[in-house]
Design a protein around this ligand. Structure first.
Ligand SMILES: *[C@@H]1O[C@H](CO)[C@@H](O)[C@H](O)[C@H]1NC(C)=O
Ligand SMILES: *[C@@H]1O[C@H](CO)[C@@H](O)[C@H](O)[C@H]1NC(C)=O
Ligand SMILES: *[C@@H]1O[C@H](CO)[C@@H](O)[C@H](O)[C@H]1NC(C)=O
Ligand SMILES: *[C@@H]1O[C@H](CO)[C@@H](O)[C@H](O)[C@H]1NC(C)=O
Ligand SMILES: *[C@@H]1O[C@H](CO)[C@@H](O)[C@H](O)[C@H]1NC(C)=O
Length: 544
């Protein structure tokens, strides 16, 4: 009886919710951003940084599920510029994704207004400059989407909500880094790890004793996996890139490039200063970035050595990754439980097994997937597709599994069937850790393990409570398998988050096209879309 009543109440709640959301227009949030160069000193030496409204890192975007975000970006650099929104799904709207396959870059001295909705999303994300090597100079910031007031969140409201952007950093400026790569050379190891744009001992987070804080930690760096920890404090994991997790307690967390985590930390220790640390994993030597976790009534400064991270490498990290699971009964952006989406029951219709490789092509260092090293087009693929401009990209150039071909350059796009449920296996034959990201989607991280993936590897998948996220690590000489439904039409960047690798060809685009041309499936080209190269001068009014 009680349970029947609860179901009825639940259904009534959903109906009430849907009808109210259909009546009210979703709120708008407006931003005007001025992108400039400016001098920054994260490591005590002056560097040319990329600032947003004078800030490094850039301002946070605080939004609520379904908000419409309008950002007018003025590019005052002397180079073309684009911003992309990592983890924001841009439903039906790859026009706003801000990567060179979807958008013409904003010319120097010009502006472009991004307009997108954080539709049906919650969680912790970040934005970053996607062109050239701008990410090495700044231009990134936090982006969070909080739940609407009626949607239950599976933990008490924290006393504070803090964005922590951690990432590796070079002293060389982005122009030098890019030139080095263009010459076909490797960048070598970064120089330091920054926390919110500050070098060692540069950042302090002041907390009040007895209070609980939500820390939203994103690895916005270029190549290093980082271990994050706070001396003397435990972290309760609550959210990963939009998924509410089983609330495990951790002493430290491995956060790979491009990933975001939310943890709750209670200031429940004697009042003093504690080290807040982000140090590189799987590298020798280890680079350590640190700041201070400071009680407002602190009696003592930090002292002694900085607490070290885990000493066991892959096994520790892999075990931790497997312990991160979906809370099946928690709500995400909608009132129904996350776990009501039984991804483990859906039949896989296609498997893409993508093997990464490093190759010398035309005497230069390049990186490839299944033998294809992506060549950057001048005309955005999305525009070429929309206007039927031939010769910009090739569909089907990347085989569904590695076939031993030697690497070559191509602007190759993968075609995906609209609404198909697919499996992507990232196969890493190399001995470095990798991180992979897909725009427009989140995927279930069903499994990861050492060695070569085969069909029998599926027996080890978590088909029950794997987290859904947008960026996954792939351990050295290992594989990671993800599952997803291709229900978001558009042109979506699939890339290595190791920035040197994506810059040198380890990326592609997944084209998901609805068989019918309908605004229900995909929005039309925005009226303010920038048109460049072969798309220059075309009409922005809807195509027949
Ligand atoms: C952007 O900042 C630059 C440098 O401070 C300034 O010259 C310019 O007027 C600003 N532009 C806008 C649109 O605010
Ligand atoms: C550039 O900014 C102006 C307002 O200053 C705005 O009217 C215009 O639409 C913007 N251009 C684009 C392409 O978004
Ligand atoms: C980048 O660094 C190089 C070498 O230190 C320097 O010559 C150049 O002026 C710098 N570029 C900018 C735009 O700061
Ligand atoms: C899962 O979420 C529910 C709310 O639906 C919460 O009560 C519960 O504590 C969470 N479980 C775990 C293991 O984190
Ligand atoms: C498949 O769905 C049923 C309910 O329809 C559920 O009991 C079962 O656990 C699901 N299996 C998986 C692997 O999700």
């Amino acid at each position: 009886m009680g349970s029947l009543w609860r179901s009825i109440a639940h259904v009534y709640f959903i109906i009430a919710f849907i009808s109210s959301s259909a009546l009210a227009e979703d709120p708008y949030k407006f931003f005007t951003w001025n992108i400039t160069y400016g001098t920054i000193w994260p490591l005590g030496v002056p560097q040319q940084g990329i600032l947003i409204n004078g800030q490094f890192p850039g301002p946070d975007i605080d939004s609520t599920t379904n908000d419409n975000i309008i950002i007018n970006v003025f590019n005052n650099l002397n180079q073309k510029f684009l911003l992309s929104w990592s983890g924001i799904q841009q439903r039906r709207n790859s026009w706003q994704d801000g990567v060179f396959g979807t958008n013409c870059p904003i010319p120097p001295g010009k502006n472009f207004t991004y307009k997108f909705q954080v539709k049906d999303q919650i969680g912790t994300y970040f934005y970053f400059p996607s062109m050239y090597y701008h990410k090495a100079a700044g231009g990134f910031g936090g982006l969070k989407v909080v739940s609407r007031p009626l949607i239950p969140v599976p933990f008490p409201a924290p006393d504070g909500d803090v964005t922590l952007l951690i990432g590796d950093w070079y002293k060389r400026n982005h122009t030098i880094l890019r030139r080095t790569l263009d010459l076909g050379k490797s960048l070598g190891a970064p120089d330091a790890v920054l926390i919110n744009g500050r070098g060692p001992n540069g950042y302090a987070l002041t907390v009040e004793q007895g209070k609980t804080y939500r820390l939203r930690i994103s690895n916005v760096g270029l190549s290093s996996s980082l271990n994050f920890r706070i001396e003397g404090h435990k972290m309760k994991l609550v959210e990963v890139e939009g998924s509410h997790t089983v609330q495990n307690i951790y002493d430290s967390l491995d956060i790979h490039v491009g990933q975001s985590y939310s943890v709750l930390v209670t200031a429940d220790q004697p009042p003093q200063d504690y080290y807040l640390v982000a140090s590189t994993r799987f590298t020798s030597p280890i680079l350590t970035g640190y700041g201070v976790f400071r009680y407002s009534n602190s009696q003592k400064a930090v002292s002694g050595s900085i607490p070290g991270g885990p000493t066991i490498q892959v096994d520790w990290s892999l075990n931790q990754a497997r312990s991160i699971r979906w809370n099946l009964t928690a709500s995400a952006a909608r009132p129904n439980p996350q776990g009501s989406y039984h991804y483990g029951n859906i039949t896989i219709t296609r498997t893409l097994k993508l093997a990464s490789s490093s190759a010398i092509i035309n005497g230069k260092q390049r990186y490839a997937m299944n033998g294809v090293s992506f060549q950057r087009p001048d005309t955005p693929l999305k525009l070429a597709d929309y206007y039927n401009i031939g010769g910009v990209f090739a569909v089907g150039g990347i085989p569904d599994s590695p076939d031993g071909r030697s690497a070559y350059l191509q602007t190759a796009v993968i075609d995906g069937d609209y609404r198909a449920f697919i499996e992507i296996v990232f196969q890493n034959y190399e001995d470095t850790i990798q991180s992979w990201h897909l725009d427009g989607y989140s995927f279930f991280v069903a499994g990861m393990d050492g060695g070569e993936w085969t069909q029998s590897s599926r027996a080890s998948y978590n088909l029950f409570d794997a987290v859904s996220r947008c960026t996954t690590q792939v351990y050295p000489k290992s594989w990671t398998a993800v599952l997803l439904t291709l229900d978001n039409a558009g042109m979506w960047n699939l890339r290595s988050e190791t920035w040197e690798r994506q810059y040198l060809g380890q990326q592609t685009y997944l084209r998901v096209k609805s068989p019918v041309k309908s605004l229900r499936d995909e929005y039309d080209i925005p009226l303010n879309a920038l048109l460049c190269d072969a798309a220059r001068g075309r009409s922005r009014t809807p195509q027949p």
